[in-house]
Design a protein around this ligand. Structure first.
Ligand code: TRP
Length: 462
């Protein structure tokens, strides 16, 4: 047996790292918002079906491709499927690059709100400062945006610099339990609020007459984003799994945890919103609105122990974002390490620096800088930031995901995939043939539907 490269120290370490990649702004920022927009219940149910029928099989496919080849996205697809497939890996690396560049900016906002809430907790909440204005001021303050996103980039680089075990896994082991702890605290507080019943009904009672067809595609598109699929991130993390771990068990754990956290975050936010008269009418505006405009004020006016929970909440957002940004940077860095023979330290700094150039563009998208603030490629999207987000969520992830599904279902042999999934570590409930059916038929058809909707009908997921 050839010597293995950097590996996770244990199954739990890997599951935490991959769950950390999956849990991020998608869970705390996007999911509650799209659930709101799509009127809850039925949308949530459809989302759960998408996660189980499309997300889970593709999660297994990505992890198995990584473990089988012990290579990062480009090399793995080339080796597992065929020479031309390296291009799909390259598409994924590019996607990680772009996503990381603007994700860091939103992550930076959580740092801003963390320092603000600490200030409010110690010296009082400013009742004369509308939160919408505060948000507007901070996004359009160019130096502030640059400092915060630089801070977050440096944090990301510092983790990836130390490699898989000493960097990524160590931080995931430390941060994820803290993140779970904060969420449980907030859930307890939220369930005690008067609006919690209404929130639970909204989220869990399906009413299909309120779900539009576009909502189904949105649920599907989001299941990719939230599970970090479609761009080789899970191929990369999979390449560090050793042969004694079950990919099936790990995939199930990651998917369940990610979904659970998205639901808990939604219950928390909606309980707060429904507890305040008139609030439900106000939050509809935007994704940003809920997390950074409605919530900060509610912590100081409505939420029991809100003065403590407010700062904690933004720590939670920052931690969730960091365990995702480090995974995104790892996709780019491991490509440079594996394919160009650069050592890890150099590769991390190089990639982190290159991505940051584009982070600058995203960070300045709201300060009236010509081009960056005015760029209009896609309808209804203005500025660099929105354009990048639209391109990644709508074009890159679904096309990458479609290619990966087809690779695993149609181009890899049955022996190759069966050997990775149905090995002696597989749990008793696992049926390989069922997986194969899903990855060959259900997933590609579902993902192709997204691609068709985006390309031909201009449906928008971002
Ligand atoms: N899953 C992350 C979230 O929900 C976002 C994301 C998409 C991601 N693709 C990724 C994170 C790849 C890390 C790696 O916020």
């Amino acid at each position: 047996m050839t010597e293995q490269r950097g590996n996770w120290t244990s199954s739990a370490g890997f599951v935490l790292a991959a769950t950390g990649s999956a849990i991020g702004l998608g869970n705390l920022w996007k999911f509650p918002f799209i659930t709101w927009e799509n009127n809850g219940g039925a949308f949530v149910l459809v989302y759960l079906v998408c996660i189980a029928a499309v997300g889970l099989p593709i999660m297994m496919a990505e992890l198995l491709i990584g473990r089988k080849t012990q290579k990062s996205a480009v090399g793995a697809l080339r080796e597992a499927v065929g020479p031309g497939w390296g291009l799909v890996g390259g598409w994924g690396v590019l996607c990680g690059f772009i996503l990381l560049s603007y994700y860091t900016v939103i992550a930076g906002w959580s740092l801003f709100y963390f320092t603000r809430t600490i200030g409010w907790t110690t010296s009082g909440f400013p009742t004369d400062l509308p939160m919408g204005d505060l948000f507007g001021q901070q996004v359009s303050n160019a130096p502030l945006q640059l400092v915060m996103s630089l801070g977050f980039s440096v944090a990301t680089v510092s983790v990836v610099y130390f490699g898989v075990q000493k960097g990524i896994e160590r931080i995931a082991r430390l941060f994820l339990p803290i993140l779970f702890g904060i969420l449980v605290l907030m859930l307890v507080s939220a369930l005690g609020m008067s609006g919690s019943g209404e929130a639970l009904t909204f989220i869990f009672r399906p009413s299909f007459s309120e779900l539009e067809p576009a909502g189904i595609l949105e649920a599907l598109g989001h299941s990719f984003f939230t599970l970090s699929l479609g761009m080789g991130a899970m191929i990369t993390y999979g390449s560090y799994i050793d042969r004694n771990q079950s990919i099936v068990k790990a995939s199930a754990m990651i998917v369940v945890l990610d979904t659970l956290i998205a639901l808990v975050a939604t219950v928390i936010m909606f309980s707060v919103i429904f507890s305040v008269a008139g609030m439900a009418e106000q939050v509809g505006g935007s994704t940003v609105g809920m997390l950074f405009i409605s919530l900060p004020e509610l912590f100081y006016t409505e939420v029991p122990f809100g003065t403590l929970l407010g700062p904690l909440f933004y720590v939670l957002v920052a931690l969730a974002a960091l365990t995702s940004t480090m995974s995104l940077l790892e996709v780019v860095t491991s490509y440079v390490i594996d394919e160009h023979g650069v050592d890890r330290h150099k590769a991390t700094v190089l990639c982190g620096g290159a991505v940051f150039v584009f982070t600058i563009f995203a960070a300045l998208s709201f300060s009236g800088v010509p081009f960056l603030s005015t760029l209009a490629v896609f309808e209804g999207k203005t500025g660099w930031f929105e354009t990048a987000d639209h391109f990644v969520s709508n074009w890159m992830l679904p096309t990458g995901g479609l290619a990966i599904t087809i690779a695993a279902g149609w181009f890899m042999t049955r022996e190759a995939t069966e050997g990775e999934l149905a090995d002696r570590t597989a749990p008793g409930w696992f049926r390989y043939d069922l997986w194969r059916f899903f990855i060959r038929y259900v997933s590609p058809i579902a993902v192709a539907a997204i691609v068709v909707a985006v390309f031909f009908f201009g449906v928008d997921f971002s």
